[in-house]
Write a protein that binds this ligand. Sequence first.
Ligand code: KG4
Ligand code: ZN
Length: 381
Amino acid sequence: MDNGKCMKSFHFPLSIFHFPLYFMLILGIESSCDETAAAVVKDGNQILSSVISSQIELHKPFGGVVPDIASREHLKKIDPIVKEALAKAKVSLEEINAVAVTQGPGLVGSLLVGVCYAKALAYGLDIPFVGVNHIEGHVFSVAFENPPIQFPAFALIVSGGHTNLFFIPEAGKYKVISRTRDDAAGEAFDKVAKMLGLEYPGGPVIERLAAEGDAGKIKFPIAKISDGRPDFSFSGLKTAVSRYVRENEIRIVVANDMPSQQIKDIAASFQATVIKSLIGTTTKMAAEYQPKTLIVAGGVACNNALREAAQKLGEKLNLPVYFPSKHLSTDNAAMIAAAGYFHLQRGEKSDLRMTADVSMRLQNLDNEDAELKRKKVRYRL
Ligand code: KG4
Ligand code: ZN
């Protein structure tokens, strides 16, 4: 690292536009759900280190994330993970210029661990810090390995907690044009896996079994939203899988059984239905909004079948499709640092009153929340 260029004691009196000659090292911290992660990112797009401690093994016996266990584990892990990230980046704490931390949405106990740690660190080092929306972090996860985003852009963010299609007319402006009305896509993978006797998290195991199954074997329905909005819904699909399993007396996977061909066919048909819904809606919306880049990110973006379908859509529409690599698709702190860099560049930083926001929204354009509320429309963030 070229330490000569690094500004050691670094303050943001008004804005960081004062520092174009120096590179900027941001420590990113992520603890919104069941991953404790820290990363050191240079100038918003170069990863010096990215460390992720996953709690999957702890939550596996429960088939999902147990909030209380998650926050205790974050408390245990946050300090060693930050130290590991600094060591891997070969950077001392004093060389860090700013801290970016996930502010929300997420589990309150989990978020608080990261937020309190970040605040204390920034206060102690007398450097700026900024709270980042976790979903915006997923949007920025493509900042490292792809060409710059052309606007207007689309971002299909598909994870365990969220499924949203954003229209992004310019950097930092977001309009949700499709949202899930019930389960997130990743949540549907997790719940269907549980139903079939498969392990948590469901996405990777369903993808593995789907590769050996017949996706055309079972016709599962794609939900149509009765009010005509271009939204997603996956809870009906989950119920359809459950009914199929019951009515066809499918033997679910017990202990270390080899999954049957029927289970593989269900996995393949379910996965194909989720992808058809995601890609079908994105295609329809693209015709209306004419984006110049399609970002596909979030844990479900690890899925190769989804990547192929999105790539095909891109080729058909002559639309470049950007994915994060798999390490950056699931929750990580590098994406939080990248989003934090963007905000700090604009002079936006948090103060010590900032706290975790479990239902933080990423929408600052044509917000339809009030209208949806008035119409008593239920939807996920
Ligand atoms: O982004 P993420 O790590 O955490 C949230 O912000 O929710 O996403 C986790 C979700 C889980 O629901 C998991 O089952 C899903 O991503 N996932 C996958 C795959 N890998 C992870 N879903 C489908 N196919 C995969 N290969
Ligand atoms: Zn996430």
